[in-house]
Design a protein around this ligand. Structure first.
Ligand code: NAG
Ligand code: NAG
Ligand code: NAG
Ligand code: NAG
Ligand code: NAG
Length: 260
C-alpha cells in the first residue's frame, strides 16, 4: 500500500487511498466513471459498484453549491460506490449551480443565487429522488451524505414523518438550524473542520447538546487543519487536509456499514 501510494505520488496522476472499509477507494483525481440520467426533468448522476452491490441500501449524495458538474463531487460519488453502494446524486439547482471558479471572482452574488433556489424547491427535488430510489430502483433503505449546502438537507429528510433518509452523514454543514437537528430521527454522523467558520465551535456545541438531549445515535468528529469544504475538495498536497478528507470518507462508510 505504501509502495502504491509512493508510485501514484511520483506519477502525479491519480491519488487513491485503499480503504479498510470493504476495499473502498477514495479517488481524489482522475476521470469520473458514473453517468447522468434525466429522471423526470432532473439530471441525476449515478455511480454503480463494479460488482455485487447492495440491493438493500443506496447512498443519496446531496451536494454543496457547486452541484453535480463539480468533478470532485463526481469522483467522491464514484469513491462511495466502490464500497458496493449505488450512489445517486441529483442536480439540486436545475442546471444553475455556483460555477466552480465563482467564489474567486467578484461576479457572484450569493444572496441572489440562494434566492433562486428556495428551500421548497430543493426539498421537492430530494423527495422526488427518494421516491425514484424506492420505486424505480427498488432499493428500500437510503443512507445519505451531505456536504456544506447539502449538509442542511440530510437532517431535513431524516425526520420521523418524512420516512426518507434512514441513516445520515454530513460534513461542514451550512445554515443547519437547531430545529432541523432536533427533528432528526435516525443515526447521524458529523464531520467538522477546525478552520471552518460556517460550522464553527458554537454550532458544533449546539448540535452536540441537542443530539445528546434527544438521546440520538450520533458521532461527531473534528479534524484539525481542515477548512470549510474539506470533505469534498482539499489541497491534496497538504497532509492535514489529505488526512481530513480521507478520514471523513471512511467515517461515512464506517457509519453506513454499521447502521445500515
Ligand atoms: C415529474 O415532475 C413534475 C413537475 O416537474 C411533477 O409534477 C410530477 O409529479 C413528477 N413525476 C414524478 C413521477 O415524480
Ligand atoms: C442483488 O440482486 C441481484 C439480482 O437479483 C443478485 O444477482 C445479487 O446477488 C444481489 N446482490 C446482493 C449483494 O444480494
Ligand atoms: C445581491 O442580490 C440581492 C438580491 O437580488 C440584492 O439586494 C443586492 O443588492 C445584491 N448585492 C450586490 C452587491 O450586488
Ligand atoms: C459562530 O458563528 C456564529 C454566527 O453564525 C457566531 O454568532 C458565533 O459567535 C460563532 N462562534 C465562534 C466560536 O466563532
Ligand atoms: C436512550 O437510548 C438508548 C438506546 O436507544 C436507550 O436504551 C435508553 O433507554 C434511552 N435513554 C433515555 C433516557 O431515553
Amino acid at each position: 500500500m505504501l509502495a502504491r501510494l509512493a508510485i501514484l505520488g511520483l506519477a502525479g496522476a491519480a491519488s487513491a487511498l485503499a480503504n479498510a472499509q470493504c476495499g473502498a477507494v477514495l479517488k481524489n483525481d482522475g476521470e469520473p466513471v458514473g453517468e447522468f440520467k434525466d429522471v423526470n426533468g432532473t439530471q441525476i448522476y449515478h455511480s454503480y459498484p463494479t460488482s455485487g452491490g447492495s440491493n438493500t441500501t443506496a447512498i443519496l449524495y446531496l451536494t454543496d453549491i457547486f452541484g453535480v458538474p463539480n468533478p470532485q463531487a463526481k469522483l467522491l460519488a464514484d469513491s462511495l460506490a466502490t464500497a458496493a453502494y449505488t450512489v445517486i446524486m441529483p442536480d439540486l439547482f436545475k442546471g444553475d449551480p455556483v460555477p466552480l471558479d465563482a467564489l474567486e471572482g467578484p461576479g457572484l452574488n450569493l444572496t441572489d443565487w440562494v434566492a433562486r433556489h428556495p428551500q421548497e424547491e430543493v426539498d421537492a427535488i430530494i423527495e422526488a429522488t427518494i421516491a425514484y430510489i424506492h420505486t424505480t430502483l427498488s432499493i428500500p433503505k437510503i443512507a445519505a451524505v451531505g456536504y456544506c449546502f447539502g449538509g442542511k438537507y440530510v437532517p431535513r429528510h431524516m425526520t420521523a414523518s418524512s420516512g426518507g433518509i434512514d441513516i445520515g452523514f454530513i460534513a461542514h454543514p451550512s445554515n443547519l438550524l437547531p430545529a432541523e437537528i432536533e427533528a432528526i430521527a435516525g443515526p447521524i454522523s458529523i464531520a467538522a473542520g477546525e478552520l471552518d467558520a460556517t460550522y464553527n465551535a458554537t454550532h458544533r456545541n449546539t448540535a452536540e447538546d441537542i443530539l445528546m438531549s434527544k438521546n440520538l445515535t450520533f458521532e461527531a468528529s473534528l479534524y484539525s487543519g481542515a477548512p470549510h469544504g474539506f470533505g469534498v475538495k482539499v489541497d491534496w498536497a497538504v497532509r492535514e487536509q489529505r488526512y481530513a478528507k480521507t478520514a471523513a470518507f471512511e467515517q461515512a462508510l464506517r457509519w453506513f456499514g454499521f447502521w445500515a
